[in-house]
Design a protein around this ligand. Structure first.
Ligand code: ATP
Length: 328
């Protein structure tokens, strides 16, 4: 349903999008993750026909967004990261205005607006001024507007930004229903843990390049251990002595220092290794206050991917050719 091929977009010397390629099958929900300035909005704006690529192409449902923008827009719902409403317009008038602009007329238009208001739970706010609503309500109105023409593809730029936990859950539920209806959805966000729950896969972008595309579970397992053990310890003397101790213990690192000890991480899923470290703590008279297993978080996986990318590459080994055989 979505195909992005070798997309480039430069602003002067800045390569905001630098060879991005990915495909998303129909009915999939994909999270688009990256730090500020990584290139998410630029990529999404091109996909939404709002900007032109320097090179490369985007095809939505068979329509090239540069060559056939009107056809692409017909199947595309776009939810921008910042959203303005009009003064002196109620929720109902606002949606009705867009429904008219989209070509809906008469009863069909009223039915469409009502359907969208019911879905986004805006019916009780139909007469509320559209610029006098909470952030969560405004986001629902923005989603409602994007859904008016019943698009098969939804592109949502940071829809959960600034929402309180309750509004985030409401939004997540709406996204779940939209995906169950078979829509293809691309959502950007910084809230990785939430994206992991609702997305079939995650696309990680860094400095305009895709650095990973996979599902959340595989990602948590990738590179390092899926599980770690966190141990809270105390020492009788100077807690800084723990640093030397940690240097001599395999699989152990200090996460943070506490008043009389530290929080340690045993970076292994192997029970024998974990038991060995705990035994050593006891024999070395370090008081174990408590310990528990922790799943690797998506954030950690992302940080590891970036760290791997930024590792200095070893210099290329020069190829030494054998001397030519002496001439006979
Ligand atoms: P954020 O999470 O902060 O929204 P992002 O991943 O969406 O970040 P983009 O908005 O795509 O990042 O920006 C990518 C880079 O391109 C940034 O360095 C940004 O400053 C730059 N950029 C974006 N739009 C323009 C523009 N119109 N003119 C010049 N530079 C731009």
């Amino acid at each position: 349903m979505i195909s992005v091929e070798n997309l480039h977009r430069s602003f002067g010397d800045l390569k905001a999008v630098d060879g991005v390629s990915f495909t998303i099958d129909s009915g999939r929900v994909v999270g688009f993750v990256g730090a500020n300035g990584a290139g998410k909005t630029t990529t999404m704006r091109i996909m939404a026909t709002l900007d032109h690529p320097s090179s490369g192409r985007v095809v939505l449902g068979g329509h090239n967004v540069v060559h056939h923008p009107a056809k692409a827009r017909r199947i595309l719902g776009w939810m921008p990261d910042s959203f303005g409403t009009y003064e002196h317009m109620t929720v109902l008038e606002y949606l009705d205005f867009y429904a008219r602009a989209l070509g809906y007329r008469g009863k069909e238009r009223l039915a469409r607006v009502q359907e969208v208001m019911d879905f986004t739970d805006l019916t009780p706010l139909a007469d509320r001024m559209s610029n006098k609503m909470s952030k969560g309500q405004t986001q629902r109105l923005c989603l409602g507007r994007a859904l008016l023409h019943d698009p098969q593809v939804l592109i949502m730029d940071e829809p959960a930004a600034g929402l309180d936990p309750k509004a985030r859950i409401e939004l997540k539920n709406l996204i779940r229903i939209l995906s169950q209806e078979g829509r293809t959805i691309l959502i950007s966000s910084h809230i990785l843990s939430e994206l992991g729950e609702m997305c079939d896969s995650l696309l990680f972008i860094d400095k305009g390049r895709i650095v990973h595309h996979g599902d959340a579970d595989t990602l948590k397992r990738s590179g390092q251990n899926e599980q770690t053990t966190i141990v809270n310890v105390e020492v009788a003397g100077d807690p800084r002595a723990l640093q030397n101790w940690a240097l001599t213990a395999a699989h152990v690192k200090i996460l943070d220092e506490t008043k009389r000890g530290a929080r340690l991480c045993i970076d292994s899923a192997d029970e024998q290794i974990v038991a060995g470290v705990l035994r050593r703590l006891v024999t070395d008279q370090i008081l174990v206050l408590d310990f528990h297993r922790e799943e690797r978080r998506l954030e950690d996986a992302f940080v590891d991917i970036l760290a791997d990318l930024n590792k200095p590459k070893p210099p290329p080994v020069p190829v030494v050719l054998p001397p030519p055989p002496p001439a006979v």
